[in-house]
Design a protein around this ligand. Sequence first.
Ligand code: TYC
Length: 104
Amino acid sequence: MDEFELNLGEELEAEEKGEVKSPPLYKVFLLNDDYTTMEFVVHILEKVFHKPPVEAAQIMLHVHKNGKGLAGVYSHEIAETKIAAVHELALRNSFPLKCTMEKE
Ligand code: TYC
């Protein structure tokens, strides 16, 4: 058995033990409503999700027309932090803006 076969055995074993898989990712979606201003949603996409201005406006319009739209993809912890930031900013500005996450 050469060194390559030995490596292959270790890699298969690590894979089986679940030592190889990258952590799951979560899609964060913005939801449409009738009260949040377009300007505020664009602001959220720029400041919380670091979208450039043109893309932020495109995502906002997609949400407005289709009911929901993808703001970003993150680890579970980062996704939760982004959602909390959106809900806190929305509440502070008296908007009902909501976002959700879904496992990829
Ligand atoms: N529908 C809102 C309006 O007409 C705009 C809006 C867009 C609200 C996206 C929320 O996630 C949203 N003012």
